[in-house]
Design a protein around this ligand. Structure first.
Ligand code: SF4
Ligand code: SF4
Length: 464
């Protein structure tokens, strides 16, 4: 009896919290226009997979039409958080923020699974420990995976986790970026100046601009070459670069799993690392990190003080995707020598959802690619449809992720491309897996790698 009473009062509490989303949910007119663009609905034709269906479930829960918060959370988790619905909604329903807030509220009610809690609260929240564990994993990964000619083949990954089986993985880098990069800008941390090597003290470059580089987990631990290319490109353009020594995750994995506590800790950690008064711009090479810093830090972070709240907004204003920074700030242009030449390999571009739909960045990465006239650029059909990654969606719903990814492979292949470029390391991981599954020998590259090939070919590699 006591238990029933407690359950009931928890349910009432949950409904009260859900009511904070009432106005945002009520904006939905049920027009169904989100159906045509939802990559998940297109595959499943299941109404609870599309934004309209999810919003109706949330509405039903907050009006006590049914009492099944766990069931609603399961439906909410079947979502790539790609933002296609929000970008195409005639009523401007902010579906991503509604879904993220609902996940936080319902996860708080139903308690997070222990494994997730350990990963987020004890590993991801603690960047130094997380770095040590990944460094250990990078040394032992080949005991569990079979290396194939094309990509690291994860056919034995089930030994570690059934979630990873059958995947073609991009391996962890033997040395992460934070171990090979210049650690710090002495102008911002004067007390560390005496320890720095003389060549690292050159902070004032000709452009007069100072840029903070938010590296992000995937560029640091999986793609350090791309991060290195970014630093070298910035140096080439005479930009002073500031790279804090102990960066953490942007927080999106925790936020999308409904873990507000870890998200808050990670944003607070980043605020300690990046003082917005110390740089002109903050750049990232990861579409998801950029979208998180620009959109979700200001809207979802709960600051402990007014100063923290103001800092988050100032950082968001100064944050640019690297492609956008190169084009809009530095004036990088398409090469005017890019005449048609049949001998040049074809390159195509995949729009990461977080760049195209969340930030409306789409022409800039295409211009950055076309600054390198060694390739012939060709658009693929539906370049802006999701690749099927969706972060943890890929782990939890690999079959659906693959169904979505197969369409992307067909679109890439239809261009005859030798290379597919994109601006998001998570999309790169998905594209590598999907192309390898279909046995397509098409290279996956970051836009910055393509630009670097042109710009940096004459510069010695050690000169970052
Ligand atoms: S497009 Fe917008 S208003 Fe229409 S059903 Fe979807 S979320 Fe609702
Ligand atoms: S965010 Fe993407 S996957 Fe989720 S409901 Fe909207 S369109 Fe569908």
């Amino acid at each position: 009896m006591l238990n029933l009473k407690r359950k009931r009062s928890k349910m009432i509490e949950l409904i009260q919290m859900m009511k904070t989303l009432d106005q945002a949910v009520a904006r939905c007119s049920r027009c169904g226009m989100c159906q045509a663009v939802c990559p998940l609905y297109i595959v499943t034709k299941n109404e609870s997979d599309v934004a309209r269906g999810k919003l109706m479930l949330l509405d039903g829960l907050m009006r006590s039409f049914f009492e099944d918060p766990k069931g609603v959370l399961q439906r909410l988790d079947r979502c790539l958080l790609c933002g296609s619905c929000a970008a195409n909604c005639p009523r401007g329903v902010n579906t991503l923020e509604i879904f993220l807030n609902a996940r936080i509220i319902i996860s708080g009610y139903s308690r997070m699974p222990l494994v997730k809690k350990i990963i987020f609260r004890y590993l991801l929240s603690n960047p130094e420990l997380f770095d040590r564990i990944i460094s250990w994993a990078s040394k032992w990964q080949y005991l569990f995976f079979i290396k194939t000619e094309f990509q690291l083949d994860a056919s034995c990954a089930a030994l570690i986790s059934p979630l990873l089986s059958k995947r073609r993985m991009v391996p962890l880098a033997p040395v992460p970026f934070h171990k090979i990069s210049p650690k710090i800008d002495p102008a911002l941390k004067p007390k560390l100046k005496p320890k720095l090597k003389p060549e690292r003290r050159k902070t004032e470059k000709k452009s007069g601009l100072k840029v903070a580089f938010f590296v992000g987990c995937l560029l640091d631990k999986v793609f350090p070459k791309i991060a290195t290319d970014i630093v070298r490109i910035l140096n080439y353009h005479e930009i002073s670069v500031f790279i804090p020594s102990s960066q953490g995750c942007c927080g999106i994995p925790a936020l999308s799993s409904g873990d507000q506590v870890t998200f808050n800790r990670l944003v607070a950690h980043s605020l300690d690392q990046f003082d917005p008064s110390g740089f002109d711009y903050l750049v990232t090479g990861c579409a998801t990190c950029t979208a998180t810093i620009k959109k979700f830090w200001p809207s979802m972070y709960k600051p402990a003080s007014e100063d923290q709240g103001a800092a988050v907004h100032r950082i968001a204003e100064k944050t640019y995707d690297i492609n956008q920074f190169l084009v809009d700030v530095l004036g990088v242009k398409k090469s005017d020598k890019a005449e048609q030449n049949a001998a040049r390999p074809i390159i195509t571009y995949h729009d990461p959802c977080h760049l195209r739909k969340t930030l409306n960045v789409h022409s800039e990465p295409r211009l950055v690619i076309q600054a390198n006239n060694a390739y012939s650029f060709k658009e693929m059909p539906d370049a802006d449809t999701c690749c099927g990654m969706g972060g943890s969606f890929n782990l939890a719903h690999y079959g659906l992720s693959t169904d979505i990814g197969k369409k992307k492979v067909a679109n890439i292949e239809s261009t005859g491309a030798a290379v597919v470029a994109t601006g998001c390391p998570a999309c790169m991981i998905q594209l590598v897996d999907m192309l390898a599954r279909e046995k397509k020998q098409i290279r996956v590259a970051h836009t910055i790698e393509i630009y670097s090939e042109k710009i940096l070919s004459a510069i010695p590699s050690g000169a970052i």
